[in-house]
Design a protein. Structure first.
Length: 171
């Protein structure tokens, strides 16, 4: 396995662990559990690892949370779409605000809408199409704010650039 791939897998593993460990901290909103730390992790993964690894990291985190009983099936569409949108927005613009915007739109709106079939077909809940959008927007807004602070700290200490350079050249 290439050095770059190993580094990406290690970072993804650390982000998965952070998302799972911090899943004890959530905000109950209706039938959903809002995890602002997951949104911060999605932004970090989208920026450092890209959309594919970010989406895979969100899937594994959601799977572990569901298996442990700290998350619901609604975690899958919300976190995965958010991580994918965040990673794509950052990939094409190389701007952190675009990554934050991608996470908010991806999770808050698209993920919230994608929860409708999961809730009605798989969980047997009655819900309207936009039922989860307000809760997901609240959660992802808080998570994006945490991500802004975390990414700002990484930029100020030059760690963000060092990690990105390390991943780019594979050393």
């Amino acid at each position: 396995m290439q050095n770059r791939t190993v580094k990406k897998l290690c970072i993804a593993g650390v982000l998965i662990a952070l998302g799972v460990v911090c899943s004890a901290f959530y905000i109950p909103v209706g039938a959903s559990k809002c995890f602002p730390v997951q949104h911060m992790v999605n932004v970090i993964a989208g920026v450092l690892l890209g959309p594919a690894y970010g989406c895979a990291m969100a899937f594994v985190t959601s799977l572990l949370r569901v298996l442990m009983g700290t998350g619901s099936l609604l975690a899958f569409p919300g976190s995965m779409i958010g991580a994918l949108c965040c990673g794509l927005c950052y990939k094409f613009t190389q701007k952190l605000p675009a990554a934050y915007f991608g996470e908010i739109i991806g999770t808050g709106i698209l993920g919230g809408i994608a929860c409708y079939p999961v809730a009605t077909l798989l969980m047997g809940q009655e819900a309207a199409l936009f039922t989860y959008v307000p809760a997901f927007l609240l959660s992802t807004g808080g998570g994006a704010t945490i991500a802004i602070l975390a990414m700002g700290a990484l930029q100020r200490t030059h760690l963000l650039g060092q990690v990105k350079a390390s991943l780019a050249n594979g050393r």
